[in-house]
Write a protein that binds this ligand. Structure first.
Ligand SMILES: *Cc1c(COP(=O)(O)O)cnc(C)c1O
Length: 374
C-alpha cells in the first residue's frame, strides 16, 4: 500500500511536464533571467484570471504583503488587524515595517476573521488584513464596510485562494484579490497555483498604486539607473514566471476538481464520530486549498492516519498570539478562544486535483475505522 501524501507535487508536474520543461528551456536559452518577457506575460494573464486591472509579480507571498504595506506607508505607531488563525507570514511584514499586528479572533465555522470581533477592536487600526484561509473567501462585504467606516484600507491575504469567488449581495462576482485595495498571492510550490520555488503576486484595480508597487518591487527604479524611491529587491524570477504561465492554464480546472473532491469527502464523512466538516458558505466559493475537518480526537486521528500510510496535516497548530515570536505583545491563552479551539481541533486531509477517487476512499475508510475504536 503506497503512502497518500498531503500534497503531491510530483503528480502535478507529471501532468504538464512537456510544456513546463519547454518553458524553462526557453528562458535558459534566451538567458532573460531577470524581468524577462515571461514576467510581463504572467502579470497580464494573472490580472485577467483575477479580473483585476493589474497584477505585479513579486518574489513571494510574504514579499507581496510587505510591498503593499510599505506602499500604504504603514510604519511605527501603526497597527494592522490580522486574524489569529493563519500562517505567520500574514503578520511578519507588519513587524518588519515597525508596526504592530492587532490580533482578531475568527469565526467558529469558517476559521476566517470574524467581522464582529474586528468591529470591537477597530479603534486605532491603520489597515485591515483578512486572510481567505484554506481557500475560502472571508466576508469581504461586512469587513470592507467596517474598514470604510474607519476610513482605512483592506488588504486581502489571498495566498491560499487563487480563483476563489465572492458573490456580492447584488449578485456580482468578485474574485479574491479584486475586492480590497490590493490582493496578495503566494505561488509557493504547495499552493493551488505553485511555482518551482518562491514566487508571489499582487493584484489591484488602482493605476497609481500599481505603478508604485512596480517601482517598489525593483529598487524604486524608473529607468535602469534612476531610482525614484527607496525600493526593495522583491522581483518575480523569470524562470518561475515561465512555470506559472503554463500552470495557470489549468488552475480553474484544478480548483473545480478540488471542489468536487471536497464534496465527495463531505458526503462520505457526514455523521462519522464527532467530525465537523467544512461548512458550505453562501456567497463564498472556496478553492479548497485545504480540506479541514475538526475533532476532539485530532492528535490520535493524525497518528492513526500516519500508521496507515495516510499523510494529514495541521494548518495551523499554534495561533499567532501564542507564537513565541509574538510573546512580546503580552497575549495569553484564553485571549482568542475561538482561534485557540480551532488550532487544537483542525486536521487537513489530502486534497489536490490529481488525488484519485480510490485514494480518497482509502482516506475515508481509514478515518471511519479510527472512529470505530474511539
Ligand atoms: C503561504 C502563505 C503566505 C506566505 O507566502 P510565501 O509565498 O510562502 O511567502 C502568507 N499568508 C498565508 C495565509 C499563506 O498561506
Amino acid at each position: 500500500m503506497s503512502k497518500i501524501p498531503l500534497v503531491d507535487l510530483k503528480a502535478g508536474y507529471a501532468r504538464q511536464k512537456a510544456e513546463i520543461d519547454a518553458a524553462i528551456q526557453e528562458v535558459v536559452t534566451n538567458t532573460r533571467f531577470i524581468q524577462g518577457k515571461e514576467v510581463k506575460d504572467f502579470d497580464a494573464a494573472y490580472a485577467a484570471f483575477c479580473g483585476t486591472k493589474h497584477s505585479i509579480g513579486v518574489g513571494s507571498g510574504t514579499a507581496a504583503l510587505h510591498l503593499v504595506l510599505a506602499a500604504l506607508g504603514i510604519g511605527p505607531g501603526d497597527e494592522v488587524a490580522v486574524p489569529v488563525h493563519t500562517f505567520i507570514a500574514t503578520a511578519e511584514p507588519v513587524s518588519w515595517l515597525g508596526a504592530k499586528p492587532r490580533f482578531i479572533d475568527v469565526d467558529p465555522e469558517t476559521g476566517n476573521m470574524d467581522p464582529a470581533e474586528l468591529k470591537g477592536l477597530m479603534d486605532g487600526v491603520s489597515a485591515v488584513m483578512p486572510v481567505h484561509i484554506h481557500g475560502r473567501p472571508v466576508d469581504m462585504e461586512t469587513i470592507s464596510a467596517i474598514a470604510a467606516d474607519a476610513g482605512v484600507p483592506v488588504i486581502e491575504d489571498a495566498a491560499q485562494s487563487q480563483g476563489a469567488e465572492i458573490i456580492k449581495t447584488d449578485g456580482t462576482v468578485v474574485r479574491a484579490g479584486g475586492y480590497g485595495i490590493a490582493g496578495c498571492f503566494s505561488f509557493f510550490p504547495g499552493k493551488n497555483l505553485g511555482a518551482f520555488g518562491d514566487a508571489g503576486g499582487i493584484t489591484t484595480n488602482d493605476d497609481d498604486f500599481a505603478a508604485k508597487l512596480r517601482m517598489l518591487r525593483d529598487h524604486g527604479r524608473t529607468t535602469k539607473y534612476s531610482h525614484e524611491i527607496v525600493g526593495y529587491a522583491h522581483r518575480l524570477d523569470t524562470l518561475q514566471a515561465a512555470v506559472l504561465n503554463v500552470k495557470l492554464t489549468t488552475l480553474d480546472a484544478g480548483n473545480q476538481r478540488r471542489r468536487e473532491l471536497a464534496g465527495l469527502y463531505s458526503q462520505a464523512l457526514l455523521g462519522i464520530g464527532d467530525l465537523r466538516l467544512p461548512p458550505v458558505t453562501p456567497g463564498q466559493v472556496s478553492v479548497m486549498h485545504h480540506y479541514v475537518v475538526r475533532t476532539h480526537h485530532r492528535d490520535a486521528l493524525l497518528a492513526f492516519l500516519k500508521e496507515n500510510e495516510v499523510e494529514a496535516g495541521i494548518h495551523y497548530p499554534i495561533p499567532l498570539h501564542l507564537q513565541p515570536a509574538y510573546a512580546f505583545l503580552g497575549h495569553k491563552e484564553g485571549d482568542f478562544p475561538v482561534g485557540e479551539a480551532y488550532a487544537k481541533e483542525c486536521l487537513s486531509l489530502p486534497i489536490y486535483p490529481e488525488l484519485t477517487e480510490e485514494q480518497l476512499e482509502r482516506v475515508v475508510a481509514t478515518v471511519k475505522s479510527f472512529f470505530e475504536t474511539v
